[in-house]
Design a protein around this ligand. Structure first.
Ligand code: AMP
Ligand code: MG
Length: 337
């Protein structure tokens, strides 16, 4: 299939037309690049799952551009849901509602509920407006790989498999949306994101906070964000001690002739020589680390490393959301130091 690459300055009418004609368009959002298609068309949704290689019981998020659109898709909106919408929409918050029948079961992974987001990125909002369609849009990557935050990574995964890719530069946030279930009295955070638990609790204090136990969102049981290399997190109280521990581990791996690399923070860059070292950014700027994370995981793949060491940042606010992704990327391999 020929994939059309559009600059954001091009007329988005072309892309909207592709969407109306049942095609697939990858475009930027404020979180990560999304692979968009008509959420109301079962065949289109099937094609999204196919292009990504995504398991069919992992439901998609439906993107809207107005509250009128929301009303057409969901059965009820609680007062608390309204408060969250007032506070965080448009933006990186996905809410789970009871679904109307208009949304095919395929879109919602056979559930009675549906995930809805009103994004703030102008390009996707324009596409929804121009196509007049609610757009199902999972991240625009092959399932299991780190989500794409720039067009090069979308091209790497999906060129030739979809109709169009819109270049909108780098995504600002870099982590996928926070997901909150508002479909029952028992409101719960299903996936952490840049809208943190503290921010949500300010609006609805009774919201349930996730533990690290069972996956609660259907998609969370799957392998995610996994680079080719075996990634291990080193956790400890002091940054310097972490660096020394990683130095020891690296020496052992080098003796065993493993291709080893490090994903670290700016503050520890000087501890390592003669080894590929990537920085996530300064430990004092978690927003920047969040927006770099997926691209750095992709760069590890480019380096074709076998073994990578990285560090545990922290469990505060945005730290929770970053670690949620990094712990998955390393398949829960954490060394306490
Ligand atoms: P992604 O599209 O990869 O960002 O994933 C969307 C996330 O939202 C996944 O973790 C899904 O399991 C979750 N999700 C989507 N729809 C629902 C739903 N109806 N109920 C609960 N979680 C959902
Ligand atoms: Mg994804």
């Amino acid at each position: 299939m020929e994939t059309l690459i559009l600059k954001q300055t091009h007329d988005l009418e072309i892309a909207a037309n592709i969407l109306r004609q049942c095609g697939l368009v990858a475009c930027p959002t404020e979180t990560v690049y999304g692979l968009c298609g008509n959420a109301l068309d079962e065949k289109v949704v099937e094609n999204i799952f196919k292009a990504k290689g995504r398991p069919s019981d992992n439901p998609l998020i439906v993107h809207i551009c107005s509250l009128d659109m929301l009303e057409q898709l969901v059965l009820e909106v609680s007062d608390d849901a309204k408060k969250l919408m007032d506070a965080f929409w448009p933006g990186p918050l996905t809410l789970i509602f009871k679904s109307k029948d208009i949304i095919p079961l395929k879109t919602r992974g056979n559930l009675k509920t549906v995930a809805i987001r009103f994004p703030s990125n102008k390009i996707i909002v324009e596409l929804i407006k121009k196509s007049k369609l609610p757009l199902a849009a999972p991240s625009a990557n092959i399932s299991g790989k780190p989500s794409p935050t720039n067009i090069d990574r979308v091209i790497e995964d999906l060129y030739g498999k979809i109709d169009c890719i819109i270049d909108g530069g780098n995504c600002t946030i870099g982590l996928e949306s926070t997901v909150v279930d508002v479909s029952s009295e028992n409101m719960a955070i299903l996936r952490p994101g840049v809208i943190t638990t503290t921010m949500l609790k300010k609006i609805v204090p009774q919201i349930n906070v996730p533990t690290n136990a069972e996956p609660i969102a259907p998609g969370m049981k799957y392998k995610h964000y996994a680079p080719f290399a075996n990634v291990v997190i080193v956790k400890g109280e002091q940054l310097e001690k972490i660096a020394i521990k990683i130095q020891e581990l690296v020496i052992k791996d080098k003796l065993n002739k493993k291709r080893v690399g490090i994903l670290i923070v700016d503050e520890l860059m000087n501890y390592f020589d003669n080894i590929p070292v990537l920085s996530l950014g300064s430990i004092n700027n978690l927003e920047n680390i969040a927006s770099n994370l997926f691209e750095k995981l992709r760069q590890l793949d480019d380096l074709q490393l076998e073994q990578v060491y990285t560090i545990y940042l922290n469990d505060n606010n945005l730290g929770v959301s970053i670690m949620n992704r990094l712990v998955k990327a390393c398949n829960n391999q954490i060394i306490e130091n």
